[in-house]
Design a protein around this ligand. Structure first.
Ligand code: KG4
Ligand code: ZN
Length: 357
């Protein structure tokens, strides 16, 4: 099945053309095209994403990205290329509502026009967080073992979903059946990275900047709190950690570059320790065979390494998407659309900012 996927939930106008084959026990994805048009430069002066600016940029970028994917004009794409597309899939939530609507309206319009030429063309809504969850399927090998493991042998599995808006721990019984073990009670971990970045005068988006700065710092320099690390449940909290960084900065003036690097490294260590400890604990308690790490924060090399090492020690297979598919992209939306098609799960094609997992 050939899927055109569209993703506009935040500040990336993303589109992908993916050929999906296989059943639920061995889905395969061949990414033919994957375009991400980033708006970072537009939002950077504001220190974060401005929803109405994102909307304006998506409206401008969507037709350009569509032409880039097929290398032709819209007219020709609809007349010719869509004959060989089976489904248009589009993110319906969670995300910024004005941004979501741009992708949805674009998808609906395309579907309406292209359906005149291709009567079987499907239109499907996709949950953005399911996209992140299934992004590991875009590379079906683990970090901890060399051979390609069989997906059907990886369950039960614990998934740590870490993005700018979410921090969720899931227990997966299968690729399509899971329950939420816990989630953040306040800030998402990516949000904490972004806020700490702002305190350290680093540009938006802050996560990768904090990670870069942390490489020059000493992670044992400052003893920041590790909220809820010993709690009996699997919830998280990152607001206190962020505030601890703020207080530290207020108390210690004139720190200089080394001082800032120590803060970045120590903050990052606290955040990673909590995430890894709770993930590994859940894997042990529920007899998991594997761990999945996904979402934008999965791009953090230190987190990948620490969690990967712990998985190795515990003999857990460790699945993590390739670097380019951690942060928002449309290939992961195509993957989720295909899995939901196989399991006959549908989402209505309208924007829902607070859509859950
Ligand atoms: O998944 P994503 O692209 O968008 C959302 O769905 O939220 O995640 C973006 C988040 C941002 O908070 C960003 O700062 C964070 O992921 N992030 C990182 C890194 N790369 C992206 N956080 C820490 N280290 C990174 N290398
Ligand atoms: Zn995302």
């Amino acid at each position: 099945m050939r899927i055109l996927a569209i993703e506009t939930s935040c500040d990336e106008t993303a589109m992908a053309l993916v050929n999906a084959t296989g059943g639920l026990s061995s889905p395969k994805f061949k990414i033919e095209e994957n375009v991400v048009s980033s708006q970072i430069a537009i939002h950077r002066p504001f220190g974060g994403v401005v929803p109405n600016l994102a909307k304006r940029e998506h409206i401008k970028n969507l037709p350009i990205v569509l032409s880039e994917i097929f290398g032709d004009t819209r007219e020709n794409i609809i007349a010719k290329d869509f004959k060989k597309v089976d489904m248009i899939s589009v993110t319906v939530g969670p995300g910024l509502e004005p941004a979501l609507w741009t992708g949805i309206e674009f998808a609906k319009e395309l579907h309406k026009e292209a359906k005149k030429k291709n009567k079987k063309l499907l239109l499907r809504g996709v949950n953005h967080m399911e996209g992140h969850l299934y992004s590991f399927l875009l590379q079906q090998k683990t970090v901890t073992q060399k051979s390609k493991p069989k997906i059907k042998n990886m369950f039960p599995s614990v998934a740590l979903v870490v993005s700018g808006g979410h921090t969720i721990l899931l227990l997966l019984e299968s690729l399509t059946k899971w329950k939420k073990l816990g989630e953040t009670r306040d800030d998402a971990v990516g949000e904490a990275f972004d806020k700490v970045a702002r305190m350290l005068d680093l540009p938006y988006p802050g996560g990768p900047e904090v990670e870069k700065l942390a490489k020059d710092g000493n992670s044992a320099a400052i003893d920041f709190p590790k909220p809820m690390i010993h709690a009996k449940n699997y919830d998280f909290s990152f607001s206190g950690l962020k505030t601890a960084v703020l207080y530290y900065l207020k108390k210690n003036k004139n720190l200089g570059n080394n001082g800032f690097a120590d803060i970045a490294a120590s903050f990052q260590k606290s955040a990673i320790d909590v995430l890894v400890k709770k993930t590994i604990k859940a894997a042990g308690e529920f007899g998991a065979k594997s761990v999945i790490l996904c979402g934008g924060v999965a791009g953090n090399q230190a987190l990948r390494e620490v969690l990967g090492d712990e998985c190795k020690k515990e003999k857990l297979e460790f699945f993590v998407p390739p670097f380019e598919y951690n942060t928002d992209n449309a290939s992961m939306i195509a993957a989720a659309a295909y899995i939901n098609f196989l399991r006959k799960k549908t989402y209505s094609v309208k924007a829902r900012a607070g859509l859950g997992m």
